[in-house]
Ligand binder design. Structure first.
Ligand code: ADP
Ligand code: MG
Length: 290
């Protein structure tokens, strides 16, 4: 495209709330044939809430320990646990030696024991048996929630279900992408059953679950290797390498600074509609100068 038509296209995109930070992104956007979406904060609101608590002993004790850990975390899941503790008037326990483990969960020390809150795969890898909570966890995933297991020492204490609503316009934006002949895929660190429930609700045909944060970029590279022109859309610190690895990275404007810095385009309105908007503007811009 001529510099003039690119300027017009960039201006047009800005009117739609899509800020183009890298000039060539507008031209590349028209060629996108695969859009990879992060789940939390991208397809969903990113403000999950606790939906269920199933404790081996007491719900309040379980929540107090979970909140004691999550007080130190900045993950959206942490916000959900802390809000619930506040609502229920539960005082968080004092947990020391806090550590967040990407894609796994959080851990610390309490009462001379290791306390862990996170996903099943991680706890099982640490030798903790969680099968007595299977039916509670299945109910959570069927409702598109994420089960967080809490263990004290090697004993599981309960499971907390956290669910995040899909943004009201995600489904419509995904439909626009499909109508434009674009394949849509979701990548998430969440477990398969939760991912499947969200993908179904959002109208996505393909997803990858249990993708560790550092592996999101590999999924992008893999799909580029298959010949796709790939857009990656994300909001989190974890998404930054994948945004940088894509042909065009779209950061959700309400997301982290790291994501915004790694992406060519920032979606100021936080809506996924910005992706088909930018693609349509790009296609129109490039056609105009033929
Ligand atoms: P996503 O790709 O959905 O944004 P993440 O990679 O951030 O997810 O997290 C993947 C999984 O790791 C979560 O679904 C959860 O099971 C676990 N996890 C990560 N952070 C925390 C936390 N602060 N508390 C509990 N579990 C966590
Ligand atoms: Mg996210």
């Amino acid at each position: 495209a001529t510099p003039m038509s690119v300027m017009v296209g960039v201006g047009k995109a800005a009117e739609y709330g899509a800020l183009i930070r890298q000039g060539d992104a507008l031209q590349t956007a028209g060629k996108i044939d695969l859009v990879i979406l992060d789940k939390t904060g991208t397809i969903t609101e990113g403000h999950p809430a606790v939906t269920r608590i199933t404790a081996v002993d007491s719900n309040a004790t379980l929540l107090a320990l979970a909140a004691g850990l999550e007080r130190h975390s900045e993950h959206p899941l942490a916000e959900a646990v802390l809000n619930r503790a506040r609502e229920d008037g539960v005082e968080p326990e004092t947990v020391t030696d806090f550590e967040a483990l990407n894609g796994k969960g959080v851990q610390g020390q309490f009462d001379g024991q290791r306390v862990r809150l996170g996903n099943r795969r991680w706890l099982e890898a640490e030798g903790i048996n969680v099968t007595n909570l299977d039916s509670a966890a299945n109910t959570i995933t069927e409702e598109a929630g994420t089960p967080l297991f809490l263990a004290l020492g090697d004993q599981v204490q309960g499971v907390i279900g956290v669910a995040d609503a899909i943004k009201p316009d995600s489904e419509a934006a995904i439909r626009r992408l499909h109508d434009a002949g674009i394949k849509v895929m979701m990548v998430t660190g969440d477990v398969d059953a939760t991912a499947r429930a969200i993908a179904l609700k959002a109208g996505i045909d393909d997803y990858r679950a249990e993708v560790l944060p550092e592996n999101k970029a590999e999924v992008v590279s893999e799909m580029r290797g298959k010949g796709y022109t790939v857009a990656m859309v994300g909001d989190g610190i974890n998404d930054a390498p994948a945004l940088a690895a894509a042909d065009v990275g779209f950061a959700i404007g309400t997301g982290t600074d790291v994501a915004i810095e790694s992406a060519a385009i920032t979606l100021m309105r936080g809506s996924l509609h910005g992706v088909p908007d930018a693609i349509e503007i790009s296609r129109a811009t490039v056609t105009n100068i033929k």
